[in-house]
Design a protein around this ligand. Structure first.
Ligand code: AMP
Length: 214
C-alpha cells in the first residue's frame, strides 16, 4: 500500500488513541467494538487501521505489515523491540505491573532471598528479570489470560499482572504486594517505513507528539 497502515488493538488503546488520530486529522470509518472488520478505513484514503491482538502489534510493525502501531510497554518488553523505532511515549493506557497474592498469604516470608515461589503470568520476561533482581527463585507458569484465577485454585503462589484501578484484584480476594514497573503505551514505527514513507509518517508522528497529555 502506498499509504500508511496503523496497527491498533481494541479496547483501551483504541479508545485512547482516537483523540491522537483526530489531532492528525484521521477519523476511523468503523468502530472495531461493533464491526467485525479487521481492516478499518478512515476519512483519509491514504490511511488505514488494522485491528490486531495487543501482543501482536510489535510483530505487525516489525515485519512492515503495518507502518506504525501503538503498544503497551509491557508488550514491548516481552517482544524485545527488534526492528522498531519508538519515538513517543503516548502516556495512554497507563497501569502498573505488580506481584499479587491471595489476601493473607505471607509474601514477605515467601519472597525472602533464596526462597522459591511459583508465579503464574503472561509476562514471563518481566517476571524473570524482577525475581532475578530480588534473588528469589521462581518457577514460572506461563498463562495467556485470567491470571487472577491461578492463586485461587492453587496453580501458583503469586501472579505478575497489570493493575489499573485494583478492582479486579479486589473482586478476587487478591492484593498487590510489589510494584515492578509502570506502563503506558508507545508509538512504534517500522524503521524501513520511516525512511521510505517519511513524508507521510512524520506529520502523523508530529501530530501525535503535539497531542500527548503529560
Ligand atoms: P483493574 O481492575 O482496573 O486493576 O484492571 C486490571 C485488569 O485489566 C487486569 O486483568 C489487567 O490485565 C487489565 N489491564 C489493566 N490495565 C491495562 C492496560 N493498560 N492494558 C491492558 N490491560 C490492562
Amino acid at each position: 500500500m502506498s499509504g500508511i497502515t496503523i496497527a491498533l488493538s481494541k479496547g483501551r488503546i483504541f479508545e485512547e488513541t482516537l483523540p491522537l488520530l483526530a489531532a492528525a486529522g484521521i477519523t476511523p470509518t468503523d468502530d472495531p467494538e461493533k464491526s467485525r472488520k479487521l481492516i478499518i478505513g478512515t476519512n483519509r484514503p491514504d490511511v488505514q487501521l488494522v485491528i490486531v491482538r495487543a501482543s501482536d502489534t510489535p510483530t505487525y510493525v516489525q515485519y512492515g505489515a503495518a507502518d506504525m502501531g501503538i503498544a503497551g510497554r509491557d508488550v514491548l518488553i516481552e517482544h524485545g523491540g527488534a526492528g522498531l523505532y519508538q519515538p513517543l511515549d503516548l502516556n495512554i493506557a497507563r497501569c502498573r505491573v505488580c506481584v499479587a497474592v491471595r489476601k493473607g498469604f505471607d509474601y514477605a516470608r515467601a519472597s525472602q532471598p533464596g526462597s522459591r515461589i511459583r508465579v503464574a503470568t503472561k509476562y514471563t520476561k518481566i517476571a524473570r528479570e524482577h525475581f532475578a533482581s530480588t534473588g528469589v527463585h521462581v518457577d514460572l507458569i506461563k498463562l495467556y489470560g485470567s491470571m487472577e484465577l491461578a492463586p485461587l485454585v492453587g496453580l501458583s503462589d503469586a501472579i505478575v499482572d497489570l493493575v489499573s484501578t485494583g478492582n479486579t484484584l479486589r473482586a478476587n480476594n487478591l492484593e498487590a504486594v510489589e510494584d515492578i514497573t509502570t506502563i503506558s503505551s508507545r508509538l512504534v514505527v517500522n524503521q524501513a517505513a520511516l525512511k521510505v514513507k517519511r513524508a507521510l509518517l512524520q506529520p502523523v508522528i508530529d501530530a501525535f507528539a503535539g497531542a500527548v497529555t503529560p
